[in-house]
Design a protein. Sequence first.
Length: 215
Amino acid sequence: MTARDEMLARIRAAVGDTPPGPEPTIARYRTSGGLAAAELVELLADRLRDYGAGVRRCEPDELAVTVGAALEERGAHRVVLPPGLDVPLPAGVERVTDDGLTASELDACDGVITTAAAAIAETGTIVLDGSPGQGRRALTLVPDYHLCVVRADQVVGLVPEAVALLDPARALTWISGPSATSDIELDRVQGVHGPRTLEVILVGTGLVGAIRSCG
C-alpha cells in the first residue's frame, strides 16, 4: 500500500457513514431595480458624486454648450476624441483625433471626451466597450481628465441589467469614479492609474425638469 492509499483509507474510515449535509442554498440576486428613468438618473448622479466625479445634465440640443462649459472650467485647450465622436468644441480648443497616438502624445492632451456603452445607477459605474465614440482603452487611462457623455436611456439600475446589454466578446472597461488608490496608511491618492478627474454629462429630453420634480 502506498502512502497515498493509506491516507485515503484513513479518511474513508474517519468519515464512515456520515450522512450528507443539507443541499446548499442558491442565492437569489435581484435582476432589476424597478426605478423610473428620472429616478435612475438621479441615483446615478448621486453615486457619481459620492465617488468624487463631477456631474452635469443637459437636453440633447444643449450638449455642445455643456461640453464647452465643462472644458472652459477645466481650462482644457487640447482635447482628444475617439473616432466616431462628433462633438462641437468651443473656439480655442484644439481637437485631436486619436489615430494611434502614443502614450506621450495622449499625456500631452488636456483631456479626453468619450461616450459610453451603459451606466449603472446603483453602483455609479460607467461602462465602455471600445465601440465608436468610446475608442481604445488607453484614451481613458492616460489623459488626466475624462469627460464622458451618457444618454439617459443608457442608464440601468443594476449590474445584471447592464450585463444583459453588453457584448461579452468586447473589451469592457468599468469605471466607478476617478482613478484612486490608498497606501498602507489609507492616504487616498487620485490619478495613479487613470484620470484624476472624471466628469459625466447626462443627456436626455426633459431630463432636467423631470429630475427637479423628483425633489
